[in-house]
Structure formats: structure tokens, C-alpha cells
Design a protein around this ligand. Structure first.
Ligand code: FE2
Length: 200
């Protein structure tokens, strides 16, 4: 089973604020804002304490034995299509392998993954904590796609990925964890929370 995502049974009852109200009431708070293009898309980085209940943070730490590092928030307007797919890289230029993602509202988009090509990528930096290497979609070969939706889902980020948007506006929370780096780290650490029924 090599699909680049895994459904989990991690509790989605996590947020202590209305995320959209919080961001839209001041989209440019220092330290949080990366990109905001009204009617197109936006990216923000939130500290765990800003977004998540203390109950959920301790549930993650005590039951899942992971520490939440930060949350990336990705907003895209209906039908917005980025022309490239990227891999995530960390501050030391190494590939960064995964995230725990879900959407705030019902999702009609698909996350799409591709083989990493031999061709050199372009480097992009969308925020201090969101650095990428990117390739144009038309040279890539698709390897999988999945509608993420509102169940927390592990997604692979060290092979090229993008989102095919549908008619819905999309607000997605992507949680990143301290100590986890590779996709295998994410699979191993969350093994007991992966919905193995889904794989049958
Ligand atoms: Fe990414």
C-alpha cells in the first residue's frame, strides 16, 4: 500500500477559534502572514496555542506521543489552479515528508501527487516555514489523488503534490510535528491511529 495518504482516527475536534473569522479579521498579523491574495489564495502559519485547544494538544502529546510544532493554513478560492507541483523542504534544504491535514468545510477538491522527475526544480519560498521545490505540471506523471475532507489525514509531502480545486472555497489545516521529518516517521509514529480498514 503505497498511496501517499492515510486516513486516521485522530479526533478532529481541535480548534478553539473560528479560523476563518480569525484570519479574515486581520489577515496580516506579523509572524503569521505569508501570502494573502483575496479571491485567489492565502497561506498563514499559526502557533499551536493560537489555534488548538489545550485538550487536543495534550491528547496529541499523551496519547499520540507527538508534539505539535505549528499549523500551516492553506486557503484557495474556487477553481484556483496553480500551474506547478512542489515538494516541501525544511530550513536545512532537506525534503520534509508529511503533514496531518483536514479541511474546515466539506471538500470537493483533490490533492494530487506525482513522481519526482529527473529535471531540476525551481525553488520557491512562500513563507519562513514553507519552502518548496517546484516543477510545471505538464512534465509530471501522476501517482495518486485523494479528496482530503474533514477527517484528519496524513499526507505525503516529499514527492510533488498540488491541489485540483473544485467549486468550493477551501480552508485546510496542515499540522506539522516536532521530531518528525520523513514520510516514514509520520507512518511509524501514527501507525496506531491509521485507519487500516480503509486499506482493505
Ligand atoms: Fe506542500
Amino acid at each position: 500500500m503505497n498511496d501517499p495518504w492515510r486516513r486516521t482516527n485522530i479526533s478532529p475536534d481541535t480548534l478553539k477559534i473560528d479560523l476563518k473569522d480569525y484570519l479574515m479579521s486581520d489577515p496580516h498579523r506579523p509572524g503569521e502572514h505569508a501570502i494573502y491574495m483575496p479571491d485567489l489564495g492565502g497561506i498563514w502559519t499559526l502557533k499551536p496555542d493560537t489555534l488548538f485547544t489545550s485538550e487536543w494538544l495534550s491528547y496529541m502529546q499523551k496519547d499520540c506521543l507527538v508534539k505539535v510544532d505549528l499549523a500551516q493554513i492553506f486557503y484557495r478560492a474556487p477553481y484556483y489552479q496553480h500551474p506547478g507541483a512542489h515538494v516541501d523542504i525544511d530550513q536545512e534544504d532537506n525534503l520534509y515528508g508529511g503533514g496531518l491535514n483536514w479541511t474546515i468545510d466539506p471538500d470537493d477538491a483533490q490533492m494530487v501527487w506525482y513522481q519526482t522527475p529527473e529535471v531540476d526544480p525551481e525553488y520557491t519560498q512562500r513563507s519562513h516555514t514553507d519552502r518548496n521545490k517546484e516543477w510545471p505540471l505538464d512534465i509530471l506523471t501522476e501517482v495518486g489523488r485523494c479528496t482530503i475532507g474533514q477527517e484528519p489525514t496524513l499526507v505525503r509531502t516529499d514527492i510533488p503534490h498540488t491541489v485540483d480545486m473544485g467549486a468550493n472555497e477551501r480552508w485546510l489545516v496542515s499540522v506539522r510535528f516536532t521530531w518528525l521529518k520523513s514520510w516514514d516517521d509520520y507512518l511509524n509514529k501514527f501507525n496506531h491511529w491509521i485507519d487500516h480498514e480503509e486499506l482493505a
